[in-house]
Design a protein around this ligand. Sequence first.
Ligand code: SF4
Length: 508
Amino acid sequence: MLLIFPPVAKPCEPPAGVALLSSALTEHGFSSSILDANIQGLLYLINSDIVPIDSWSKRALKNREQILADLKSPFLYENMDRYHQRVYDLNKLLTISVDAKRFKVTLSDYSDSKLSSVNSKDLLKSAKKYKENPFYNFFEDNLRQQILNSDSKFIGISLCYLNQALVSFALAGWIKDNFTDKKIIMGGGLISSWMSRPDFNDPFKDLIDFIIKGEGEQPLLELLGKKNVEKRHYVPDYDFVKEDLYLSPGKVLPFRSSIGCYWSKCSFCPEKAETRPYSSQRASKVLQDLKLIDQKYSPDYVHFIDNAVTPSFLKALSKYRFRFKWYGFVRFEKEFMNQKFCHDLKKSGCDMLKLGLESGDQNVLDQMNKGTDLTRVSIILKNLHHAGILTFVYLLFGTSFEDKKAAIKTLDYIKGHEDYIDYLNLAVFNLPKFSEDAASLDTREFYHGDLSLYLNFTHPLGWDRKKVKQFLDKTFKKQVCVGSGIRKNPAFFSSNHAVFFKTQGNKS
Ligand code: SF4
C-alpha cells in the first residue's frame, strides 16, 4: 500500500500517522511505502521558477538555498531575529510561488478564496478541478512516477489537519482520473473528527473508496484480509525519512507513547467531545519501543505527540539517559513538585515541556474541569525553570466561564510568573460543535460549511470574541510580551521550533 501525507503541514518533521500505519502493515506481512507529499510539495513550490515581485522577494530568491540550509543549522537558532528574517523570507517565496490572488499557501497554512475546507461540496469541487490546485504540477512532475512505481492497488491519504483538506481532495481527484486501477482510502485525524459528527452521511462516497474513522491500523488490516487484530500500539516506521530533508536543525522524530488523553475531562476540549478511547501500554514497554527508535534511527530530537504524556511514562523517562533531546505536552501533575524529578527529566534529555494552563483564575479552571491547581502551577513552573527545561504555556481566553475580570486575573498570574515562562501561546476559544457546553449555550454557525466543527455562541457573561481579541491585543500583549522575559513565539513553526532555542540561563 502507498501511504501519502499531503500538504500543507509544518515541514519540520516527518508525519507520525503514516509511519505507524506502515509499521502495522509490515508487522502483518504487507508491504507499504510512505510518501511525504507535504515536505516534497512545499519544497517543489519553493524551488520552482519564482518570479520576484519586489525587492524583498528578489533578495529572498537570491538567498533561497542559503535560507533552506540555515533553517537546518543549529546556529540559526541562537538568534531569534535572524531566525525570523529567514523564516519570513522563505515564507515569502512560498506565498508568491502560487497564484496569490486566489491561494494563500504559507509554511503552516493553506486557503483558497473560492473554496472552503469545511464544505463537502467545495472539497468535491477541489477534487473535480484538481488542475487548478497549486500543487497540480507537483502531482504530475513528482507524484506520478512514485505512484507508477507502487504495485499496490490501494493508495491511502492521511488527512489530519484542516490545512491539508483541499489539497487532499485535489490529490484524490487527480488519482481517480489518472490511475483508474487504484482504490483510494482516506483516514486521519480530520476525517475522524468529521465522521464523529452525529449527522455525518459520507458525502465523499463517489470519490473515496474507503473512508476510515479513528486509528487506521485495524481497519486497514481488515481491508487487506487480516481480521481481528487486537494490537493498537506500534513502533513507527521511519525508514522513509531522508536525512536532512526537513526544516529543523537535526533529525526530529515524532513518537506517541499513548493514544487519546488519560485525563479526558476538560469541558472545552474536542478530544472529549470526539471520545477517542484512551489507550496506553506499560511504561517499560513504551520505553523499550523508544530505545528501538533511538537504535534504529539515531534521532537528535524526539517529539512526544501525546495529548499529555502520562506521569508513569515520565517517571520511566526520568530514570533513563537518552542520546537525543525530547519535548512534549504534559499536565501540571504533582510529580513536577519534586525538584529532583524535574532535574532528572532534564538529564534524560527533556529540553521543553508544553503545558495547557488555559487560565490564571482558579474558579475558571474548576468550571472547565481542568483538574489544575494554581498554587501547584507556581511551584511547577519554578521547578522546571530551575531544572533548565523550557516552559511553553498555553492560555485559552473567552470560554463561557470567563469574564473580563477572570481574564485580568490570568494576566496578573502570568505577570507574576513571567520569569519562569519561556513561551506563551494565546488562543481564543472555539466551541466544539458537539460538546456538552454547546448544548447549554445560545449558538450559531461559525464557518459556513456542513463539516465545520466549531460554533459561535452568545457569551453568557457578555465576554464575546471581539472583546476578548481586543483585550489580548490592547492589554495582554502590551503588558506581558513587550519587555518581559517571555520570548517571541517562532512564526509558523511555533513550539516545533521553540524547543531549539536553548535556555538562556536563569532569568530569576
Ligand atoms: S488534558 Fe488536554 S487533551 Fe486532555 S482533556 Fe484536557 S485539554 Fe483535552
